[in-house]
Ligand binder design. Structure first.
Ligand code: CMP
Length: 144
């Protein structure tokens, strides 16, 4: 199915100059960039983005990190992009992220791992709305 997802280069990735490399990989794969903006987010937006982790011991640290500098927020579209982009991104733990994936090639800590990608259709919609305001429908009408 044609899907939209929210992809974000985190502050460490922006500082290390990885925006171009990450855009290149998504373009090479044949995905379409629909929206992009360099922005520094406030704690409210960060806490909403990471709601599912609010009870984790690292939540405070995670919010501090993601608000510590500009992020590069993007909306990408493509066939099964939610699943495929997560394969391209790689696992959270640097010890498990395979070479050839973005984290496998560029990340070496769990906390500062360069990139975020939505893990489901519902989180994609919620995250796109949180960062870009407009709710961009993701689930096709004929899915109902
Ligand atoms: P991500 O998988 O995109 O979303 C949850 C984030 O929480 C994860 O990336 C990491 O950036 C962060 N995270 C996960 N585990 C830890 C940890 N043990 N310590 C700090 N941050 C973490």
């Amino acid at each position: 199915a044609l899907q939209r997802t929210f992809i974000m280069v985190k502050p460490d990735g922006v500082k290390r100059g990885l925006i171009g490399e990450i855009i290149k990989r998504f373009e090479q794969k044949g995905f379409t960039l629909l929206n992009a903006e360099l922005m520094t987010i406030n704690r409210t937006k960060a806490e909403y983005h990471y709601t599912e982790h609010k009870d984790k011991p690292f939540f405070g640290e995670l919010v501090d990190f993601i608000t510590s500098g500009p992020v590069f927020a993007m909306v990408w579209e493509g066939e099964n992009i939610i699943e495929v982009s997560r394969l391209m991104i790689g696992k959270t733990s640097p010890a498990e992220a395979a070479p050839g994936t973005i984290r496998g090639d560029f990340a070496n800590t769990k906390a500062e791992n360069v990139i975020h990608g939505s893990d489901s259709l519902l989180s994609a919609e919620r995250e796109i709305e949180n960062f870009f305001g407009l709710l961009k429908r993701n689930i096709a009408d004929d899915d109902f």
